[in-house]
Design a protein around this ligand. Structure first.
Ligand code: 9MR
Ligand code: 9MR
Ligand code: ZN
Length: 765
């Protein structure tokens, strides 16, 4: 006998023992390779016509298959989890397959199971007194009132017998129907449908195979193979990146409760099953209050549009597998910054968001007579403020993204400067840099922000905002932040515009000189009569460190690196993360990628490399403990930006070390914001199947339209606006989000949220 189990000519002579042996052989053969199903293997849920020669059961008995029929539809699904699980297993001791098909015995019966994800193997050792004395059943299947369900399976028994298949409500016991299957030692195909009566359904449905005494009492083995329960096609219990996955990289989905023993990746166009994997890794996730599982389909590398469907029929949003799933998003995310431009007319390119130039007058240095032109730059977020700590973070993300992956950026994203021969990402960065240069004083210091004294009403259009723009006092935080950006700009623009690069470098050196004469931390905060936004950064050490490292990278002048070393030796926590608050990792990365750093100071180089790896390792381990592979555990204001910022750190660690785990974990961070999260939400407006439409942004509210490509702040458990105040008391942290423009603590847009997303995409693609 050949070890090809599913050949037509042999199908009726195939004995169960051989089948199992063959499955194991095939398992071993495919382990480590993706399984692409042949065209002849159809998804039973959608292509019942190709399931010939299915010996279908009517209510009572299985018809005998006609001998002329095509190959029996034995589902060739196999346990296949061939991915590198390093880094996940350590943090997740529950990883691994647990069958949810459990045996039960009473009235003298005794049944045991030995299941794999694709096959239920039940040894009926004692049959008891009736057919229901022994059973293998699955609880917790959503069988909803009025809906029809279709069961597909192959089954066999070592002794000829009939078994009973039965569906019922596990809470009330109300039956939805039953059918008998006549089994023999051949693996035969069956299908059965039932409809849940009105009012009888529920989420704790049960499908049971009754294996007790039905005339046969000798010990025997019943095998149920390739079982699928279809009929939940509107029940989204599987979370995916709604944009899609890169062909060559890790691909994972999360199941928000127990959805069966296996999942299929279904081709959305042909309805064929392209891949089958096991559902593994049960985890109690405190942030979502879910019991989650995950699936891995990394080895499916055929481009296409797919969705996930589990053994119990629960599905995901559609997604693509492609070598280029994020480039449209990338362009749109950059264009979002163009929409945020202040002091410039937004012309036709901006569509419904077009508006005359705003905030064009001179700004007044608060409580003085000084007037200054600081027009330009981006509106920070949903307000019109322009803040140095966040403007610098945003522009750094853009310039570093460009420096890391210059070839990825085009000049045709449809932003105002497209087609000028310069990559649009640099045009956008320059718009902010020109503003930042205006924010600098002669002594090198930098005003901390240009805002009105309070926020205008939510529906104020930018061009109609008449509140005077005020400048607030320079401080060391903003000066150090700006110095870093000036130095980075001198590198990013070097080849495109050397004169501009020189201007930026001079500004950076000037700011750095100011800082060396002002060594004490100083932060400007809102005076009592000012209620504008503010960014309360409690330390300037990270910014000072990064400014020195950026100048070192830009000039090669060793004394900057020596200064940075001094700052680091005084407080090594400067290397920690990237955000508007803390940007030491930018400094570390600039040092580690500077041409001579390793030879200039090998010891220090090692030290800094170790710090960066430490930070990234912490994120990898946190991600391993998350059902969504997400490292962030702070569901606070701007949480989606924390996720992207972690992705940046991981991507930088990958860039410097080449360690795959860092890249994989970075990808998981992107997956999270694009839909693989508990809310089944792609947090970028205009992308994915479910995404925000009512973001907090005065521009979109005033124009009564939406803006594409903007990342929402995301869940914030601290209830910091009226909408969140009234969220139900038991809402878990990761679900504290609402697509409501009044929810500025969860649904506001911001330049530094988007920029982090832009960097992350650039680093991954
Ligand atoms: O629109 C403002 C937003 O940009 C800020 O993030 C937020 C917190 O500073 O404040 C928003 O403005 C609100 C103000 O603080 C209180 N009145 C309602 C305003 C918006 O609805
Ligand atoms: O991101 C800021 C958050 O950490 C603060 O808790 C919040 C309240 O002050 O302000 C956030 O920043 C907002 C800023 O004040 C004004 N522009 C929009 C910012 C993002 O919502
Ligand atoms: Zn403006």
């Amino acid at each position: 006998m050949k070890n090809q189990p599913f050949k037509t000519t042999e199908r009726y002579s195939l004995r169960i023992g051989v089948l199992i042996a063959a499955l194991l052989v095939f398992d071993a053969l495919v382990l480590g390779f993706g399984i692409r199903r042949s065209n002849s293997v159809k998804n039973p849920g959608d292509s019942a016509d190709v399931l010939t020669p299915a010996p279908t059961v009517s209510a009572t008995a299985a018809p005998v298959p006609a001998p002329t029929e095509e190959p029996i539809n034995v589902y060739k699904s196999l346990l296949n989890i061939p991915y590198d699980r390093t880094g996940y297993e350590a943090a997740n001791p529950n990883d691994g397959f647990t069958s949810e098909w459990v045996p039960s015995s009473e009235e003298g019966a005794y049944v045991e199971t030995a299941n794999t994800p694709e096959t239920i193997v039940a040894n009926v050792n004692a049959a008891g007194s009736s057919v229901t004395s022994a059973a293998v059943s699955r609880w917790g299947i959503p069988f909803e009132s009025g809906k029809s369900y279709h069961i597909y399976l192959n089954a066999a028994s070592t002794l000829n017998r009939s078994i009973q298949m039965r569906a019922y409500n596990g809470d009330t016991g109300v039956s939805f129907g039953s059918t008998l299957l006549s089994l023999n030692s051949d693996l035969n195909y069956f299908e059965w449908s039932f409809t849940v009566p009105a009012g009888a359904g529920g989420y704790n449905g049960v499908l049971s195979f009754d294996l007790g005494n039905n005339g046969v009492t000798d010990p025997h083995t019943v095998t149920i193979h390739a079982l699928r329960i279809i009929g939940q096609d509107d029940n989204k219990a599987v979370r995916v990146n709604q944009l899609g996955y890169l062909t060559t990289e890790q691909k994972r989905c999360t199941f928000i409760y127990s959805c069966g023993d296996l999942f299929d990746v279904v081709n959305a166009e042909t309805n064929e099953i392209a891949y089958t994997g096991a559902i593994v890794g049960r985890i109690e996730d405190g942030y979502t209050a879910e019991t989650d599982y995950y699936g891995d389909f990394t080895n499916l590398r055929f481009p296409g549009t797919y969705f996930i469907r589990t053994q119990n029929g629960l599905i995901s949003q559609p997604f693509v597998i492609s070598s280029d799933p994020y480039s449209v998003l990338q362009g749109s995310a950059i264009r979002m910054l163009s929409y945020q431009r202040c002091g410039q007319e937004l012309t036709e390119w901006a569509g419904a968001l077009a508006h005359p130039a705003c905030h064009t007058g001179e700004a007044n240095f608060y409580l003085t007579d000084v007037m200054k032109d600081v027009t330009g730059g981006w509106h920070d977020a949903g307000d019109f403020g322009r803040y140095v700590p966040t403007g610098t973070k945003a522009v750094n993300d853009l310039m570093l993204a460009y420096l890391t992956a210059p070839d990825e950026f085009t000049d045709n994203i449809g932003s105002p400067d497209s087609g000028n021969g310069i990559p649009d990402i640099l045009d956008e960065a320059r718009y902010e840099m020109e503003w930042l240069l205006k924010m600098q004083l002669e002594d090198g210091s930098v005003y901390c922000k240009a805002t009105s004294a309070g926020f205008p009403s939510d529906s104020t259009a930018p061009e109609n905002d008449t509140l005077p723009v005020l400048l607030f006092a320079p401080d060391t935080v903003s000066t150090a932040d700006a110095a870093g950006s000036f130095a980075i700009a001198s590198m990013a623009f070097r080849e495109i515009d050397a004169a501009f690069a020189d201007r930026c470098l001079e500004a950076g050196k000037n700011a750095e000189r100011y800082l060396s004469h002002h060594r004490d931390y100083k932060l400007t905060i809102n005076p009592p009569d000012v209620s504008a936004g503010q960014y309360l950064d409690e330390s300037d050490a990270d910014a000072r460190f990064t400014c020195k490292m950026a100048l070192y990278a830009a000039t090669g002048d060793k004394h900057y690196a020596e200064d940075a070393k001094e700052i680091y030796e005084e407080d090594d926590s400067v290397i920690n993360s990237v955000s508007w608050k803390s940007n030491g990792i930018f400094g570390a990365y600039l040092f580690l990628t500077a041409p001579n750093a390793e030879t200039d100071d090998p010891e220090f180089y090692k030290e800094i490399l170790g710090r960066l790896k430490n930070a990234a390792d912490g994120m990898v381990s946190a991600a391993g403990g998350s059902a969504y592979g997400v490292s962030n555990i702070m569901y606070e204001w701007g949480s989606n930006s924390f996720v992207c910022n972690d992705g940046i750190v991981l991507a930088m660690a990958y860039d410097v070390t080449g360690e795959q785990t860092y890249l994989q974990t970075a990808i998981e961070q992107l997956n999270y914001v694009l839909g693989k999260n508990s809310l089944d939400y792609c947090f970028v407006s205009g992308f994915g199947t479910r995404s925000p439409k009512n973001q907090h942004n005065r521009l979109t509210v005033s124009k009564q339209t939406m803006m594409e490509g903007a990342l929402s702040g995301g869940p914030d458990a601290s209830r910091e606006d009226d909408v969140m105040e009234v969220m139900p008391g038991n809402t878990p942290p990761a679900k504290m989000y609402k697509d409501d423009y009044h929810s500025y603590s969860t649904n506001e847009v911001a330049i530094y949220y988007n920029s982090a997303l832009i960097y992350l995409i650039a680093a991954i693609e």
